[in-house]
Design a binder for this molecule. Structure first.
Ligand code: GUN
Length: 295
């Protein structure tokens, strides 16, 4: 059997179009567009690329976008003062501090400062706390985990009752995606570097989410036939046949897993495009919250 390829690019495009349609309606009603502020500290090339892509995506959807660039030498006080100013600025509906921050800055203190109703990354501990608590509803859900769920839902893959295995337990992906799967009534197992018999546990899963940050770590013979595989990893590996000298692979060995799975996301073109699409949705949500029209 060869798996159905989940086309993250196409699904992200549909989500971006929905954000653009909502933006057009809000502009008509209120005369202003949802606006995202990104804060980029230092000169990490990957972070610069992400922030540029986020800005372009906002503009393509008719939304506003401002990027504040601070040097790597910025002090904790300077970064915090900027976040406070953005919290207080009524023209800003979403605030995103690109991570990681340069060494020496206290990331947690900065994330804790972001206004709860502008926390479009969903990284504030109050938002994460509400996400994992029964009966509580967070203001925002982190973009990549939300994108994973959106891919499953829009591909018609049932989550309720499914056995889901999440490989990785980061604050940005593993923990929130596990919470979302749990909230959608999957039976969730979280695995990590200390997990014993990892292949056996993954083999039980109807849904596998790989978010461990290791190239091609999950092998094809770990996958239950017919399972859905969501690969969050983006890893560079050397490839002399490419002009750039490298290619991107996920945390799953795609060539093996595609022969076994029922559905699988490719890398690139799977989960990656969903992160920005969900960010646009969250920024629209922020705008609605600030205009008192609930989201
Ligand atoms: N760094 C890696 N992923 C993310 C993300 O989703 N948001 C932010 N702010 N920083 C990141």
């Amino acid at each position: 059997m060869t798996a159905k390829i989940i086309d993250g690019k196409a699904i992200a495009e549909a989500v971006r179009q929905e954000a653009a349609d909502e933006t057009a309606a809000l502009k008509k009603q209120f005369g202003t567009a949802p606006t995202l502020a990104a804060v980029l500290v230092g000169d990490n090339p990957a972070s610069q690329t992400y922030v540029n892509s986020k800005g372009k995506a906002c503009e393509a959807a008719g939304m506003g976008s401002v990027t504040h660039r601070l040097p790597a030498t910025a002090t904790q006080e300077e970064v915090e003062a900027l976040v406070r100013a953005l919290n207080a600025d009524p023209a800003i509906n979403g605030i995103l501090v690109q991570l990681p921050l340069p060494k020496g800055l206290n990331e947690q203190a900065v994330l804790d400062l972001i206004s709860l109703d502008k926390d479009v990354d969903g990284f504030h501990p109050m938002n994460i706390g509400q996400l994992v608590m029964k009966g509580r509803v967070p203001q925002f859900i982190p973009c990549t985990p939300a994108g994973c769920i959106e891919l499953l839902v829009r591909s018609g893959i049932p989550i309720a009752g499914a056995d889901a295995v999440v490989v990785g337990r980061s604050n940005i992906v593993g923990i929130p995606v596990a919470a979302l799967l749990n909230n959608a009534d999957a039976t969730v197992t979280i695995c990590h570097s200390r997990t014993r018999n990892l292949p056996d546990i993954v083999r039980r899963a109807d849904i596998v989410v790989a978010a461990i940050g290791r190239a091609e770590f999950v092998r094809g013979d770990w996958i239950k036939p017919g399972a859905a595989v969501i690969d969050v990893g983006i890893n560079r590996i050397e490839d002399p046949s490419k002009k750039s000298g490298f290619r991107l692979v996920g945390d799953v060995c795609f060539a093996e897993a595609v022969e076994v799975a029922g559905a699988i996301t490719p890398v690139p073109g799977g989960v990656g495009p969903m992160t920005i699409a969900m960010l646009l949705k969250n920024t629209v949500r922020g705008y609605k919250l600030q205009h008192g029209i609930g989201a």
